[in-house]
Ligand binder design. Sequence first.
Ligand SMILES: *[C@@H]1O[C@H](CO)[C@@H](O)[C@H](O)[C@H]1NC(C)=O
Ligand SMILES: *[C@@H]1O[C@H](CO)[C@@H](O)[C@H](O)[C@H]1NC(C)=O
Ligand SMILES: *[C@@H]1O[C@H](CO)[C@@H](O)[C@H](O)[C@H]1NC(C)=O
Ligand SMILES: *[C@@H]1O[C@H](CO)[C@@H](O)[C@H](O)[C@H]1NC(C)=O
Ligand SMILES: *[C@@H]1O[C@H](CO)[C@@H](O)[C@H](O)[C@H]1NC(C)=O
Ligand SMILES: *[C@@H]1O[C@H](CO)[C@@H](O)[C@H](O)[C@H]1NC(C)=O
Length: 332
Amino acid sequence: MMRSIAYLLIIALPIVLGQSVIPPSTWNYTYPWPVKYHTLTSQRLNLSMAYMDVHPNVTEARDTIVLLHGKNFCGATWEDTARRLLAHNYRVIIPDQIGFCKSSKPPSYQFSLQQLAFNTNVLLQSLNVSEAKILGHSMGGMLATRFALMYPSLTTHLILTNPIGLEDWKALGVPWRAIDLLYADELKSNYTTVRSYQQATYYVNTWKPEYDVWVNMLVELYRLPGEGEAFAYDMALTTDAVLTQPVVYEFGLVKAPTLLLIGTKDNTAIGKAWSPPEVQAKLGNYSVLGKETAEKIPGAELVEFEGLGHAPQIQDSERYHAALFEWLGRVG
Ligand SMILES: *[C@@H]1O[C@H](CO)[C@@H](O)[C@H](O)[C@H]1NC(C)=O
Ligand SMILES: *[C@@H]1O[C@H](CO)[C@@H](O)[C@H](O)[C@H]1NC(C)=O
Ligand SMILES: *[C@@H]1O[C@H](CO)[C@@H](O)[C@H](O)[C@H]1NC(C)=O
Ligand SMILES: *[C@@H]1O[C@H](CO)[C@@H](O)[C@H](O)[C@H]1NC(C)=O
Ligand SMILES: *[C@@H]1O[C@H](CO)[C@@H](O)[C@H](O)[C@H]1NC(C)=O
Ligand SMILES: *[C@@H]1O[C@H](CO)[C@@H](O)[C@H](O)[C@H]1NC(C)=O
């Protein structure tokens, strides 16, 4: 009797509590270093967060740095930066956020920058990381800002590479777009749509064959058997989260020494695609936004890359990393 009640509890409780296990992704894309998984229970789901944790070839790393990917990217996109950091004896931790890349893709999830920052902190706690530099690109930069606000004692330094969220798009007139419509947009993603977006925003209307790898990586995720639709839906939910949850009003509260690395030809703005022309004209002027943000974050330093777009670390790796290591050597 006791045994059957116990059995009933084990089987029935997760169902009563609405808990489900969402396994890590089956995506077989080869990452540059071994991928590990941290399981976390969040929003009644048991989820797996994929990450790489790479130690330099010295007895003791000088510091830990966490690299946060953007919305159209994955941890693997950081390979070039991570190799250079390892050569400078940093320990490099590179998560894939929940909903992205090799991590679990829940069929639905209350995405917020706070939730993703919390998940990232749970991962770092599991690795006993109590201090780290946080470097984020694009959505990862917006997330890095939120992380720095939520975990100021962990965040020793903040580095933002063409972060989004430097303006409040909705306050500037971007209309709210229903999640179902965002999902329909996401489902249309293919090589042509992804490339034309990246060409116009990331690479200042130029194209090199080596950019294709990041387009094909994303297209694979949208096409992934059994997961592509969940990925597209998670991307729609993420768009809604970044559009509705500005960080721009809180830049003054950032405590960490901050570096802004800004390609000034970037024109990224969430919702620009479905905004009227007079609103579009006001959005995403990074030659202005970088300077404005550097004024708002106490003591922030700004490095502007003339002629580079949304992904300066890819478009001109040498120039980008020279600026990064100059600052790390002097400030961090
Ligand atoms: C989810 O994880 C929690 C904590 O590890 C565990 O107690 C629970 O049984 C798990 N739920 C399912 C459905 O596996
Ligand atoms: C990944 O899976 C696809 C489709 O099943 C297959 O064509 C491809 O060769 C696999 N790639 C790797 C690196 O295993
Ligand atoms: C450390 O050295 C080994 C052997 O030389 C090499 O295979 C590995 O890639 C190096 N790891 C890093 C992080 O540089
Ligand atoms: C973290 O620290 C605890 C307590 O010192 C230890 O038991 C655990 O093995 C450590 N975990 C890692 C991943 O280092
Ligand atoms: C992508 O979809 C568009 C229509 O949405 C179509 O015109 C284009 O040919 C497609 N490209 C590829 C590579 O499938
Ligand atoms: C961005 O703003 C600057 C300063 O107001 C202006 O000169 C420039 O034309 C704007 N760029 C775009 C693409 O609108």
